[in-house]
Design a protein around this ligand. Structure first.
Ligand SMILES: Nc1nc2c(ncn2[C@@H]2O[C@H](COP(=O)(O)OP(=O)(O)OP(=O)(O)O)[C@@H](O)[C@H]2O)c(=O)[nH]1
Ligand SMILES: [Mg+2]
Length: 357
């Protein structure tokens, strides 16, 4: 599962990527600095890990992570091959969700390809290009499937019907997200506007810019999307500080929940992932799985042997550990349950898999 960072050229996508991953990707005041995508894992800070590690006196803590991909900038006409055009669009096809960076900082020295600072205009350029790319994709699929449908193939007929609806929607500027289309029927087309989206408003250091943020929030609200506000440049600089100084910095700036942590968390929600833990003396570790994942599949995430030889999952809730104070207390209160293969993993479950191979 991964999130693609998209937006106009030179708006701070790679700066955000660096702030998230510390990967040191190229950042230049130059549109199209990024050509090949940069990929990095962003660890998800989670205070529950420390508490669990304390309970089990774990030698090691391993957080879970979310993959972010920093993609080339997109310009008007990209769906027709402008800028890095189709190459860029194919990079977006493969991601599971979209993080759309919108420039909200004033700086005359930084080239603005949109001309002036207008988040709505910028967001609409991108959305339009994604829609146009989807329209092409849908039309291709429609033409291909129509013959099969005419020969009496039921599934092809259903798909053609769905594509017809989608095409009408695209022509009216409506994303797949905002249409009632069965996702299973259209999954093969990997529509860009079907991917869940969140916005990052890249604000200037210490700038209050409600005049720019409010319209963006309004736009996002229509799509049920979140807006995370942060200053990517500042965040990238803070990341360069040693650990101890970083905490002090956030404290002195009065920042209680750093934008990056908020973004990583929002990313987890966007991907529809839940977090479960394994905890013991060797290691306390967080794992991300899709909502609705069965215990046996979750086991496979740790090791294929554990999936293959799955016997039972011993499960307790982190919240119960907080409430009653110790694993021992949970045992005594019968709050540690034995679950079978089909148990659905919940966010905050602490799991011990029994298996034999
Ligand atoms: N003043 C200011 N400059 C910023 C901010 N964020 C990014 N920049 C600058 O904007 C320029 C472009 O940043 P990048 O991160 O390379 O932008 P990008 O979106 O990855 O650009 P492309 O890869 O070319 O599409 C760099 O000179 C950054 O230092 C910010 O919050 N404030
Ligand atoms: Mg870049």
């Amino acid at each position: 599962m991964e999130i693609g960072i998209v937006g106009l050229p030179n708006v701070g996508k790679s700066t955000l990527f660096n702030a998230l991953t510390g990967a040191g990707a190229a950042v230049e005041n130059f549109p199209f600095t990024t050509i090949e995508p940069n990929v990095g894992i962003v660890p998800l800070a989670d205070p529950r890990l420390n508490r669990l590690a304390q309970e089990w006196e774990s030698a090691k803590i391993t957080p879970s992570g979310i993959r972010f991909v920093d993609i080339a900038g997109l310009v008007k006409g990209a769906s027709q091959g402008e800028g890095l055009g189709n190459k860029f669009l194919s990079n977006i096809r493969s991601v599971d969700a979209i993080c759309h960076v919108v420039r909200c900082f004033h700086d005359e020295n930084i080239v603005n390809v949109a001309g002036n600072l207008n988040p709505i205009y910028a967001a609409e350029i991108i959305e339009t290009e994604l829609l146009l790319a989807d329209l092409q994709q849908a039309q291709k699929g429609y033409d291909r499937l129509l013959k099969v449908a005419k020969s009496g193939d039921k599934l092809a007929q259903e798909k053609v019907e769905m594509l017809d609806i989608a095409i009408q929607g695209f022509n009216q500027g409506r994303s797949v997200r905002s249409q009632q289309i069965d996702p299973k029927l259209i999954a093969e087309f990997e529509f860009l506007t079907a991917k869940p989206i969140l916005y990052v408003a890249n604000t200037g250091e210490g700038e209050v810019c409600d005049d720019l943020l409010d319209p963006l929030k309004e736009l996002a609200k229509k799509e049920n999307a979140k807006v995370v506000t942060l200053c990517t440049k500042l965040e990238a600089e803070i990341l360069e500080l040693p650990d101890e100084e970083r905490a002090t910095y956030y404290e002195s700036a009065g920042i209680t929940s750093p934008g990056l942590a908020t973004l990583a968390k929002a990313g987890q929600e966007l991907l529809g992932l839940v977090c479960f833990f394994t905890a013991g003396p060797t290691e306390t570790r967080a794992w991300l799985v899709a909502q609705g994942t069965k215990a046996v599949k979750a086991a496979g995430k740790i090791h294929t042997d554990i999936e293959r030889g799955f016997i039972r999952a011993e499960v307790y809730r982190f919240a119960d550990l907080e409430k009653y104070g110790s694993y021992q207390a949970l045992k005594e209160k019968n709050l540690v349950s034995l679950e079978g293969k089909d148990y659905e993993i919940q966010d905050g479950d602490v799991v011990y898999f029994r298996f034999s191979v």
